[in-house]
Design a protein around this ligand. Structure first.
Ligand code: 5MM
Length: 332
């Protein structure tokens, strides 16, 4: 357990966040096609190597989440990704869920799968060099949803995953994502996020998961993308921190997902969070808000690798800079 606590502390160290580059093969392929790149194992590899070899990435990034395909691939110089990333001063992690699938009995809702055979897979990932893992549960807000059944089933799966990770000395990133899609208000997002977190905490306790050895990856509390009024960063930060205060001080840290927010909005919201004194660090584990500008700048052109890296570097720097507000606070 102490290995997990140390790794979780390193993942959430002051001034750094986590890069989520763990798109599944199908998601990554779609995103490559959208910028005109033919999706192959090689083009996905090229893109991930571009990201992680960005100069001085370790100044703002403590860890990178990979998918299974990338974990097994090698840099162009032949070194395996996990080893090469470690050499860069960054911790390699691995997405271990097998995706959100339609949940039997709950039309329109999903259950994240991947528990069958998980302990054996985790042992293999650790052997390959991963030191942390990630599992994402997904909840959609409507008037009736998420249902109690979807919250209970997904929280239970998250806790079983987290317990298995800690037994394998891998830090579990626990990601319950309440999606931004819909017309709901910020208050409704707060209500749903609080209910989901309460169930996740209860299940983590039931499975004896040590909170000092996990990283929570939640959504920010924010209005739905079709809601007519846009909340300010201060409103988002206040509502988000109010929900998070139910988590014990023991929790290693909170690393937000970006959830489809424009990169600049995600960064502004992250910066506003830092004026709240909390017992755990509040950092980022962004996917799209970090990598979308890099993918667009590169779009598969060998001559634009550096342009893609500059785009990633500037967004990492902006988010690392957003964390600096915390330096002015007294410890909670
Ligand atoms: C990078 O995308 C991750 C994997 O998604 P799929 O398995 O659906 O391809 C995803 O879990 C991501 O880590 C989180 O959603 C956070 O990403 P954003 O873009 O919301 O910060």
């Amino acid at each position: 357990m102490s290995t997990c606590n140390e790794t979780a502390a390193a993942m959430t160290m002051p001034g750094k966040g986590i890069l989520a580059a763990d798109e599944s093969i199908s998601t990554m392929s779609t995103r490559l096609e959208q910028v005109g790149v033919v999706p192959t194992a090689e083009s996905r590899r090229d893109y991930r190597e571009l990201l992680v070899t960005t100069a001085d990435l370790a100044a703002g990034v403590s860890g990178v989440i990979l998918c299974e395909e990338t974990l097994g691939q090698v840099f162009s110089d032949g070194r395996p990704f996990p080893e090469a990333i470690r050499t860069l001063g960054i911790l390699p992690g691995i997405k271990v869920d097998t995706g959100a699938k339609p949940c039997p009995g709950l039309p329109g809702e999903t259950i994240t799968e991947g528990l069958d055979g998980l302990p054996a897979r985790l042992a293999g990932y650790a052997e390959a060099g991963a030191v942390f893992a990630k599992w994402r549960a997904v909840f959609t807000i409507t008037e009736e949803r998420p249902s109690w059944g979807a919250i209970a089933a997904n929280s239970s799966a998250l806790a079983r995953y987290a317990a298995a990770c800690q037994e394998a000395d891998l830090v579990p990133i626990v990601e319950p994502e309440v999606l931004m899609s819909g017309e709901h208000s910020l208050e409704r997002c707060a209500e749903v996020t609080a209910s989901v977190h309460a169930a996740v905490r209860q299940q983590l306790r039931a499975m004896n998961v040590g909170l000092a050895g996990i990283v929570l990856k939640p959504n920010m509390v924010i209005e739905g993308e079709d809601h007519p009024v846009r909340a300010t960063p201060e409103q988002v930060a206040e509502a988000t921190v109010a929900v998070l205060r139910a988590w014990p001080a023991e929790l290693a840290g909170v690393a937000f997902l970006s959830g489809g927010q424009e990169p600049e909005r995600a960064t502004a919201n992250l910066a506003a969070m830092q004026s709240h004194n909390t017992p755990w660090p509040l950092t980022f584990s962004f996917g799209r808000a970090l990598v979308s500008p890099a993918l667009a700048a590169w779009h598969g052109d060998e001559g634009l690798v550096e342009a893609g890296q500059r785009a990633l570097a500037s967004h990492v720097a902006a988010n690392a800079n957003a964390l600096r507000g915390r330096e002015r606070l007294q410890p909670a």
